[in-house]
Design a protein around this ligand. Structure first.
Ligand code: GLC
Length: 746
């Protein structure tokens, strides 16, 4: 009886709260915060702490999961001691868990279900680094929209994505998960992802989570989880902008990172979690820890035990505890001991409840639990078509000598060779969620489907991805000799990038380069198709192979997308979001570097360079070819002086000078020649992907203002400074036209 009375009280309080508000039109936020207040007023301290506790189902999706709900978890739900699960998947399974929460717990607060939908739920899209290579934020918005459509149909209402960590060290395995080395491109991609995932927060959307806050990509040595020691200015001007962009786009959660920054682990950083995120940026959502990152404060050596870790983290502003159980175990005692105020706990609980209200879970806890919709949505044609479009637009043409590509349609025999040729697991890439290799179209299958028997497709694996055996070489050489052209599919395994997958070299693994050299001796024309999760130092391929197509890890439509691009149905237009070093020894090498006092000059010994390498990378940031060619001319500015109230109109003429219609990403960079601190030699500030028919010209226009010239100055203010600026426009970060203007004091 008492339980039903309680329920009645809650329902009446929520109802009356709504009644009072219907008399005055209040903003959604004000209505939600009133409803949050009415719920939290009813909660015990233990129930409050329960909302900050997230545990994982270590098992995946499928009927087996139902029978595997540990009794402990059911009890925790009934006692209101858990607010969220991760890795609990499926409309039916999440409904079963939600039912316990909203019928058997005292306050019936719904659970929120999180999962790593990084580049797809079941229909796996290209890896995020590939999606960045489209240089089309709208592609990423479409991709995340469809990822959310699929995941939300399977009971998921929260994804731990987008990963917005700037990555300048390709040894770092998680470079595959983000948008590369540039803060401007990364910021646009971050905002696009948030818009795509969250949409209007209907039942076809999911809450996004910008991660890993912050600086995670700056790990020393590119070794995952390693120390990050960067200046405050680098943090502000390089690593934080994509997070700010995600917050400005309305992201509702962030994830604190594993790493320390300058001695303070992010999960213990009041500066990051409160001063910057709350006080400066006004973020209203909640922050979840990374997996046990609160517990790892003890290993970092900033907490003597898990209780102190809980104390530090909650007081720093870390709201939800993923898997360390620090909060559920120690927060109540810490409050009773006066080390943590209940008000601090309340703040975090309100942030979590607010997101649950925003998701509509209080109004309809089962809105994501529709099995019919799940069946219709998962792997639907609409979602797969979207994955195919993104894949084609993500490919980067690195080389195409003698216009070997697109492939002629009258080859009699095409040899498809290499360890990635017939693979259906590797195209999924890392963080492939519920992706299944049985849904993947391999390169071999894609080419066979494309030629439909008019051309004979021969296959030989040649070698493994990362194995010293050359036993397959003979068969591969014979296959090549028996063909008109070789499609050589090389790269990394999808388990060689992603979390905890840093590599000490950027070379092709195993004996793949040796295989390429042996096949080169046959004299057959060779097209290399690369599948990889990071830049690779493919110097020999670049010097000797006629055509090279970078396809990253393209997801389930791999072979279909690759066949359509190789045969020219789509003219590739991707551009590199990361620099490709010539060798691992060249790291760090990124385009927006500082000049130093002795910039590299091979003619001058006493300058910054290596004795055994050219100054330039293998491929620069923003690089990518097309089956056609483009020329740039007439870079012009409407003014040569601007004040902070002016707009600078910049135009450049681009002409399609080749034999194919095609797209081109026109890139605009600036250089601040003199500042109160040293400034990068280039900074990407605008880009536009345009379509030009062969022979067609177009004048592309960009607008800049003083706001685009701001940076963290000597006195740590975010401001512009008067002076001379170069403007560069071109097809990548190196091949550019140049002009300049002055920013003057008004
Ligand atoms: C992992 C990752 C994080 C992921 C989380 C949940 O350790 O660092 O990106 O979202 O745990 O799987």
């Amino acid at each position: 009886m008492k339980k039903h009375l309680n329920t009645l009280i809650i329902l009446l309080s929520i109802f009356f709260n709504q009644i009072t508000f219907t008399q005055e039109i209040k903003s959604t936020d004000e209505i939600i915060s009133a409803r949050v207040d009415s719920v939290i007023a009813l909660m015990t301290l233990d129930e409050k702490i329960g909302q900050l506790n997230q545990l994982s189902f270590g098992i995946g999706w499928g009927p087996t999961v139902k029978s595997n709900v540990p009794d402990e978890y059911k009890e925790l739900i009934r006692e209101g001691k858990i607010g969220s699960f991760l890795n609990a998947l499926g409309a039916d399974f999440t409904r079963d868990l939600q039912k316990i929460a909203v019928t058997e717990s005292r306050l019936k607060i719904p659970l929120i279900f999180g999962y790593d939908v990084i580049h797809g739920f079941k229909t796996i899209f290209p890896i995020p680094l590939a999606e960045a290579a489209t240089w089309q934020p709208e592609m990423l918005e479409m991709s995340t929209h469809y990822q959310a459509l699929e995941a939300s149909s399977a009971g998921i209402n929260w994804t731990f994505s987008p990963m917005v960590d700037i990555a300048r060290d390709p040894r770092w395995g998680r470079i595959m998960e983000g948008s590369g080395e540039d803060p401007y491109l990364g910021s646009l991609m971050a905002a696009a992802s948030v818009r795509g995932y969250q949409g209007n927060l209907s039942d076809k959307n999911i809450i996004a989570c910008a991660k890993h806050y912050a600086g995670y990509g700056g790990a020393e040595g590119g070794r995952d989880y390693n120390t990050v020691d960067i200046s405050e200015r680098t943090l502000q001007d390089v690593y934080l902008p994509p997070f700010k962009s995600a917050v400005d786009a309305g992201v509702q959660t962030l994830m604190a990172s594993f790493n320390e920054i300058n001695g303070v682990p992010s999960s213990a950083s009041k500066y990051l979690l409160t001063d910057v995120l709350r006080d400066e940026w006004g973020f209203k959502g909640f922050v979840v820890s990374d997996w046990n990152s609160i517990g790892e404060l003890v290993i970092h050596g900033v907490a003597v035990d898990l209780k102190q870790a809980a104390n530090i983290a909650i007081n720093a502003g870390l709201d939800m505890d993923m898997e360390s159980r620090a909060y559920i175990t120690y927060l109540a005692a810490l409050v009773k001991e006066g080390k943590v105020s209940e008000e601090t706990v309340n703040e975090s609980v309100k942030r979590v409840l607010r997101v649950k209200f925003l998701l509509g879970l209080f109004d309809d806890p089962f809105k994501y639990c529709n099995e019919e919709r799940e069946k219709e949505t998962i792997l639907s044609k609409e979602v797969k078509d979207a994955a195919l479009e993104v894949a084609k637009k993500s490919f980067v043409l690195l080389k195409n000598e003698n216009n070997l590509l697109p492939l002629k349609k009258d080859y009699k025999k095409i040899a498809v060779i290499g360890p990635l040729a017939n693979s259906t697991e590797n195209p999924l890439g890392g963080w492939a969620a519920m992706g299944d290799s049985s849904d993947v179209i391999s390169i071999l299958a894609g080419l066979k489907n494309y030629v439909k028997g008019n051309t004979e497709i021969l296959f030989s694996e040649g070698c493994k991805i990362n194995d010293p055996s050359t036993i397959g070489f003979t068969d591969a050489i014979n296959t090549a000799n028996n063909s008109d052209i070789v499609i050589l599919c090389l790269g990394e395994g999808n388990d060689m990038s992603g979390e905890a997958c840093s590599r000490s070299t950027l070379d092709l693994p195993g004996v793949q380069e040796q295989l390429a050299k042996e096949l080169f001796k046959t004299g057959k024309p060779i097209v290399v198709v690369l599948m990889n999760g990071r830049p690779l130092s493919i110097n020999w391929l670049n010097e000797n192979i006629l055509a090279i197509l970078e396809t990253w890890f393209p997801g389930i439509t791999a072979g279909e997308a690759i066949a359509q691009v190789l045969f020219g149905d789509y003219n590739p237009a991707g551009k590199l979001p990361v620099t490709f070093p010539r060798t691992v020894g060249q790291i760090p090498i990124y385009y927006n570097h500082k000049n130093s006092g002795r910039p590299g000059d091979l003619k001058n010994h006493y300058t910054s360079k290596y004795l055994d390498l050219p100054l330039t990378p293998l491929y620069p940031f923003g690089y990518g070819l097309s089956y056609t060619t483009f020329s740039y001319s007439n870079l012009s500015l409407n003014k040569n002086k601007i004040t902070k109230n002016d707009k600078l109109q910049i135009s450049v003429t681009v002409k399609n000078t080749g034999n194919y219609d095609g797209e081109e990403v026109v890139q605009l960079y600036i250089q601040d020649l003199v500042g109160s601190v040293t400034r990068p030699v280039k900074e990407l500030k605008r880009f536009q992907k345009i379509f030009l028919k062969k022979g067609e010209s177009k004048t592309v226009e960009f607008t800049l203002s003083e706001k685009d010239l701001r940076f963290t100055t000597a006195d740590m203010k975010f401001a512009s400074e008067p002076g001379t600026f170069k403007v560069y426009a071109g097809t990548n970060s190196v091949d550019v036209l140049e002009s300049q203007f002055e920013l003057v004091q008004d």
